[in-house]
Design a binder for this molecule. Structure first.
Ligand SMILES: Cc1cc2nc3c(=O)[nH]c(=O)nc-3n(C[C@H](O)[C@H](O)[C@H](O)COP(=O)(O)OP(=O)(O)OC[C@H]3O[C@@H](n4cnc5c(N)ncnc54)[C@H](O)[C@@H]3O)c2cc1C
Length: 260
């Protein structure tokens, strides 16, 4: 079985977001890392590989030069090889274009199962796995808190406060997993050393048979029209309770701001 894990290289959420003149995120001006939620996807793929015979795990990313850091981290965790889709024409590609590129790359790589994170920590739309499944014409099972694979099926359990849903899909399929699916491992020293020798292929749009006109900022359906720093928070309101009226004042404050 071949498992492709889709991971995204994202700006470090603790750093200031920097925008380029065309209002795309300046990814090169900001430190980046493997989207933390994608570590759960890598972990699930590695667990499946450890539990089964003859399971190959490949990590796949679409992104600029430095996105290779996300691949490296997944290789250090234990993934066997990587694919980086890199092409200048991808600049500004939105989720529609990204899912087109990933579908072409998954088709070229060949896969029985694609595992994604539940959401990136920057765009955070959480829609890419469903779009990817649709483009591949495969079943998609998203937001898995638990993932099992056996006899040509993937079974996921999706749970919230009110219900537990068990979904079974035939392979090949696309699955996204949540941060409830199982603690992601840290790379060991052995893993870090081994990663240096693991193969990483770089594909461009030509390799994938895609037309640059169908991706990039020009083909994007979503356009950022403005970005400005969040205004500083004003000073808070202090309520002094000298005569027992404090609770009422707090209540009035909450009601006026509709915070209830
Ligand atoms: C170089 C570059 C430039 C971009 N410029 C723009 C832009 O100008 N405007 C814009 O709207 N968006 C832009 N994006 C964002 C890109 O289109 C997003 O990857 C895509 O929109 C997915 O949305 P999301 O991040 O909210 O993913 P979600 O739907 O939240 O992601 C869910 C899961 O999908 C997988 N995934 C998501 N993105 C990738 C990826 N790139 N490679 C591999 N797996 C992935 C991961 O497993 C992730 O956990 C850019 C991305 C890149 C890499």
């Amino acid at each position: 079985m071949k498992i492709v894990v889709c991971v995204k290289h994202v700006p470090d959420a603790s750093a200031d977001r920097v925008f380029a003149d065309d209002l795309t995120v300046d990814r090169e001006g900001t430190d980046g890392l493997l989207s933390e939620l994608d570590e759960y996807a890598v972990e699930q793929a590695l667990r499946l590989a450890e539990a089964g015979d003859d399971v190959e795990v490949v990590v796949l990313t679409v992104g600029p030069d430095d996105a290779t850091a996300a691949i490296k981290r997944a290789l250090q965790m234990g993934v066997g090889s990587g694919v980086h889709v890199l092409d200048d024409a991808l600049h500004g590609t939105d989720v529609l274009g990204t899912s087109t590129v990933l579908a072409a790359a998954v088709t070229k790589a060949g896969a029985d199962l694609v595992v994604c994170g539940m959401s990136s920590t920057d765009g955070a739309m959480g829609v890419l796995p469903a779009m990817l499944a649709e483009r591949l014409g495969w079943p998609g099972a998203t937001y898995a808190g638990r993932l099992e694979v056996a006899d040509g099926h993937a079974t996921i359990v999706r749970e919230d406060d009110t219900a537990r849903l068990t979904v079974e899909v035939d392979l090949p399929a696309v699955v996204s997993v949540t941060d409830q699916s199982g603690e992601a491992r840290y790379p060991s020293m052995k893993g870090i050393l081994a990663a240096k020798k693991k193969p990483v292929q770089t594909w461009d749009l030509d390799d994938l048979g895609l037309d640059p006109a169908d991706v990039g900022l020009g083909a994007a359906w979503a356009h950022v029209v403005g970005a400005e720093p969040r205004p500083d928070r004003g000073a808070g309101q202090v309520v002094e309770d000298r005569d027992g009226s404090g609770a009422g004042a707090v209540l009035e404050f909450l009601a006026a701001g509709r915070y209830a």
